[in-house]
Design a protein around this ligand. Sequence first.
Ligand code: GDP
Length: 301
Amino acid sequence: MFENLSDKLQRSFKNLRGQGSITDENISEALREIRLALLESDVNLDVVTELIEHIRTRALGSQVATALSPTEQIVKIVHDELVNVLGRDTARFQKSSQPPSVILMAGLQGSGKTTTSGKLAQWLKKAGHRPMLVSVDVYRPAAREQLAIVARSINASLYEGKVTEANPGTDAVLRLAREAKREAASYGCDILIVDTAGRNHIDDALMAEMAALKKLLNPSEILFIADAMTGQDAVNSAKAFNDHLAITGAVLTKMDGDARGGAALSIRHVTGAPIKFLGTGEKPDAFEPFHPDRIVSRIMG
Ligand code: GDP
């Protein structure tokens, strides 16, 4: 992703060489290139426009330091501004005063919610926590079975529960969630990870169910799981989920593909919530805390 940004910048900066200072004229081509490169990398238009303005203002205000060439100086400014958009806060979990703290996993079907629930449980176990997993997808037994397989593979606690209703709906979802929270407390688990039913698209029923779960469980974290491969669609879903639920963070999955990582910048910008983790493969340990600095270095090449 973004592989070409640095090369493009280098090319567009050639007119800056030998110039004593950065002027509106000599950076306009560079800014045009940065703008294109960011748009091609799936950064949302509003974010790009704002970034370019910040970069222009900072670049024009700066005298070219003798230690840095104008090119190096702009590269540094672009780097800093990208980190600013992503935020400098690292992944930190909020906890509730009364265990278990609940992490509600939100997102569309196929985004990687179940896989990420398992990865998160494993990561939390390694950090000394005792997580319990539950799937409240009462509509798809296969989804609950998938989480059960994941839980077994990482040796994590799971609340399986039973869905006996003939036509299970939100009532069954809430019942399972309530039982799981009670079970986690009685087993001394300090974190309950709730994998929810996804849909192919955002609809009122999905949001109403998520809102009911939020009200019941009072989660300390609501993580939006975003498939990085889906670019702007992921950004639009993030916005919709955030408008309804006020997410506390996002996890960007499938970053091992040729995902255009611009989604990270955009999700952070449109929701204000930090990206907390990256998924980098299908295996449980293909998971890492998100470091703005690191991803920006990858972006810049
Ligand atoms: P859910 O419907 O949101 O629960 O999504 P799943 O967890 O079932 O994931 C959907 C597909 O994406 C599965 O085939 C996963 O193996 C795959 N997947 C999830 N996360 C990642 C990731 O970080 N990298 C890759 N390559 N595949 C992933």
